[in-house]
Ligand binder design. Structure first.
Ligand code: B16
Ligand code: MG
Length: 217
């Protein structure tokens, strides 16, 4: 394993549990347009862009819509999502994330965000986390979404460090595939069953040390 010189964090489901807010918002939208959508689709949806997520749901219902209607539905989903995240505070940062970021700082490891979300900056501001990142790449900067590696490649470029030295943290299958496609080592955050293609899987950052991390790779 190459020496790790940078870490790239996904946002939703890694730094904060907004993956569940996205899922609830999509469930609300699916219900409004009469498409049955439940837990079994949660994993597949994680990490996909807003448009790819909508297409996934429309496909379940065998529904084909024009682009204007799709835009309207994406706005409705985002309004549901914004309502759900309206009350988040720095207390909602997942356990261990802040401590782990401090460890990275003390080791001189660069840190970037690699998120599909167009709401990423707003969420980071609410969490008071903007200062923790040397580079931010989100849904507003990319043309191809996960599982394409673009988001991580742009993150590595912004940090000036080659992918093989940038460790990605991801909670989504699409994100693990994206990291692998770009030549990044990747740690899955969540369950081994869902993220088996990662180099290692951990439940979260709580208690994670630098030596513990190295032992995983
Ligand atoms: P938005 P991540 C992703 O963020 C979410 O996992 C995914 O559920 C969401 O559809 C996507 O962002 C787009 O989000 O609608 O806010 O632009 O996990 O890549 O940080
Ligand atoms: Mg995620």
């Amino acid at each position: 394993m190459k020496k790790i010189r940078a870490c790239i964090f996904d946002l939703d489901g890694v730094i904060i549990d907004t993956a569940s807010h996205h899922f609830i918002a999509w469930c609300q939208l699916a219900d409004e347009i009469g498409i049955p959508f439940a837990d079994e689709h949660n994993e597949a949806l994680k990490g996909l862009s807003r448009l790819d997520s909508l297409e996934y749901i429309l496909n379940i219902g065998g529904m084909v819509l024009d682009s204007e209607t799709k835009l309207r539905l994406m706005e409705t989903k985002n309004a549901h999502y914004l309502k759900l995240v309206g009350n988040i505070t720095p207390m909602d940062v997942l356990p261990g994330v802040m401590d782990f970021m401090e460890i990275l700082k003390s080791k001189g490891i660069k840190v970037a965000l690699g998120s599909s979300s167009k709401n990423a900056e707003m969420i980071l501001r609410r969490l008071n986390l903007m200062d923790q990142f040397d580079a931010l790449v989100d849904g507003n900067h990319i043309t191809l979404s996960k599982p394409d590696p673009e988001v991580f490649i742009l993150g590595a470029k912004a940090l000036g460090i080659e992918p093989e030295y940038c460790l990605v943290f991801e909670d989504a299958q699409s994100g693990i595939d994206a990291a692998k496609a770009g030549g990044f080592p990747v740690i899955g955050i969540g369950s081994l069953a869902a993220l088996s293609k990662a180099d290692a899987v951990i439940a979260g950052f709580d208690g994670l040390t630098w030596d513990g991390l190295k032992a995983l790779l």
